[in-house]
Design a binder for this molecule. Structure first.
Ligand code: ADP
Length: 555
């Protein structure tokens, strides 16, 4: 029997989206999804496959990945741990350094994985000690699979190095950028919506995390002066006190940091470009990951900036902390999660539904589902028809993941046997609620108004959008942002250049896009990054802003 559009209309249209949380999943994920009108998965009430997003803190089993359905999303990639475990990361970056040159990959401090690299470490340590006139380095020893600053030791003399588990010994950046004498680092959120083709978004808002006691190399065991983890500093005696130049607590937003840098004439754009390069080069180091569809990864990149304004990658976090310790956390993380959901593009189905509804209302036509693909909507490229999807028992066969297939996702959900039942308690669709509830940040609203004004005056909306955002979007993604922000170009399937605070940083140009299709051509991508890096410096020097390195003493 052929399914008719009206069936979809009456059964499916009122269904809220469903999330599933594993134990220990952050409370704010639940809050945000409920705010957006989603409903929580209940095993007793629902079919096993009747959910749209599954969020857990630990990796999924491969069977979960293999059985994921086209309408579902998982919040982890298989083997993402390849960059989030400190020893794996060190190994991958070392390999890339060897293959592509240390100039490009010198953003991560020299590291030794213990106990295997003990001899190499001793050789390096001794070489330094013997070289005349060179101040011996400081080192930091970190357990490979612990987080939140646990088990960390900073030392200068090898006799102080003790460990009873696998650790990474890394060169300690002993000249960090200090604000009013306090050390800080950046927690940058990065969302990879696909590893194949590689698609990376950086979040333009984030957290600046401060140590709560003044930096002092003569007290290496003072964790409140040397570590910037909130999990440590919130227990320090100075945490709640007002700290001159910093304020109370231990966090700033990126926006505040950026204003601060600008006051001192620091070229924050150049700094951001460098950080973006670090993110891309790091993620390239772990490609290819096993092919997996319908999953995404929200990483937390920890970036330390030194007093020459050089950004260093300290580590990449799996499950970046989403707890709310202060109001800054609430502002940044809540909006971040809203934007993650936006990025997953559940909204496209809403557009699809609106069109479908409008079509039905206008003509009361009965559209056979087997033809209800692109021709039925006229708007959603790559939309799978029911027939096509019915042949796809798992999402693994639906490519590219999370891009062209999104429109079909919820439609299929409505057609599974149990999921087709009515949900009388829900009177509003989660999509409608999504539209009403999603907070619009003032800058975004302002940007949109400005885009509208400028486009009315015949100017490019894309370029004007850049005026209001910190990070520019890649020029080659020149979409009509005002008219259809969720549109994915049918013929070339380009990712969206910006979604909320997420900015597409890879692919960053046409060549990078081509090189990331049909498997990742790392060599060609590195070539493009090299070109980018050489372009970045001269253009910034010309634009009249001071180079960052000169300003250290001012801060
Ligand atoms: P964890 O996973 O335990 O948080 P990190 O690698 O993020 O481990 O280190 C914790 C903190 O220690 C960082 O936030 C930073 O303040 C400091 N730190 C880590 N590595 C270095 C380094 N190489 N140089 C300077 N500070 C570092």
């Amino acid at each position: 029997m052929e399914m008719m559009a009206d069936d979809y209309d009456t059964r499916g249209i009122l269904r809220p989206l469903v999330f599933r949380l594993h134990e220990n999943a952050p409370a704010i994920v639940r809050e945000v999804l409920l705010e957006r009108g989603w409903t929580e998965f209940d095993k007793k009430e629902r079919d096993d496959a009747d959910w749209n997003l599954y969020w857990r803190n630990s990796p999924f089993r491969m069977t979960d990945h293999h059985s994921v359905k086209p309408w579902q999303r998982l919040n982890h990639y298989p083997e993402a741990v390849r960059i989030t475990r400190k020893d794996y990361l060190a190994r991958h970056l070392k390999r890339m350094k060897g293959a592509y040159g240390s100039a490009l990959y010198e953003f991560s401090p020299v590291a030794f994985i213990m106990p295997n690299d003990y001899v190499k470490f001793v050789a390096e340590y001794s070489k330094e000690r013997q070289s005349v006139g060179r101040r011996p380095s400081y080192w930091i020893c970190k357990p490979v699979d612990l987080s939140r600053g646990r088990g960390i030791l900073i030392f200068q003399d090898i006799k102080d190095l003790v460990y009873d588990c696998a650790v990474v010994v890394q060169k300690y950046i002993s000249n960090p950028l200090l604000i009013s004498g306090y050390k800080m680092d950046l927690r940058l959120y990065v969302c990879v919506t696909s590893f194949c083709p590689l698609t990376i978004y950086a979040y333009e808002e984030g957290l600046v995390r401060f140590a709560t006691e003044k930096f002092d190399l003569s007290s290496l065991d003072n964790v409140y002066a040397h570590l910037t983890n909130t999990s440590i500093n919130k227990y320090g005696v100075s945490y709640k006190k007002y700290k001159e130049g910093i304020g109370c607590g231990c966090k700033w937003t990126f926006s505040k940091f950026r204003s601060y840098l600008r006051i001192f004439g620091v070229d924050d754009m150049l700094l951001w470009q460098k950080i973006n390069n670090i993110v891309i080069l790091t993620l390239l180091a772990v490609t290819p990951l096993p092919v997996a569809s319908n999953c995404f990864e929200l990483f937390g990149f920890d970036i330390l900036i030194d007093d020459k304004f050089k950004p260093w990658l300290l580590e990449v976090n799996y499950n970046p902390a989403l707890c709310l310790d202060c109001s800054i956390d609430d502002t940044v993380k809540r909006k971040l999660l809203h934007d993650v959901v936006e990025l997953l593009n559940y909204k496209q189905i809403d557009t699809f539904r609106q069109n479908q509804m409008a079509g039905i209302k206008a003509g009361r036509r009965r559209v056979p589902w087997s033809r209800a693909g692109k021709s039925a909507t006229g708007e959603i490229p790559g939309l799978f028809t029911c027939q096509k999807v019915a042949k796809c028992p798992s999402a693994s066969s639906v490519q590219p993941a999370m891009q062209a297939t999104r429109g079909s996702i919820h439609k299929v959900a409505t057609l599974t046997s149990k999921t087709a039942r009515a949900h009388p308690k829900k009177t509003l669709t989660s999509q409608l609620r999504e539209r009403m509830n999603v907070p619009k940040i003032p800058s975004q609203a302002k940007a949109e108004a400005e885009i509208k004004q400028l486009s009315e005056a015949g100017r490019s909306p894309h370029k004007s959008a850049q005026l209001n955002h910190w990070l520019p979007t890649p020029d080659f993604c020149n979409y009509e942002l005002t008219t259809c922000p969720y549109f994915l170009s049918d013929k070339d399937q380009r990712p969206f250049p910006r979604v909320g605070g997420f900015v597409l940083i890879f692919p960053f140009n046409e060549a990078a896009l081509q090189a990331s299709r049909d498997g990742t051509d790392v060599k060609s991508i590195i070539k493009e990054i090299n070109k980018l890096v050489s372009k970045q410096l001269p253009s910034k020097q010309q634009n009249g802003k001071k180079r960052v390195g000169y300003l250290t003493s001012a801060i």
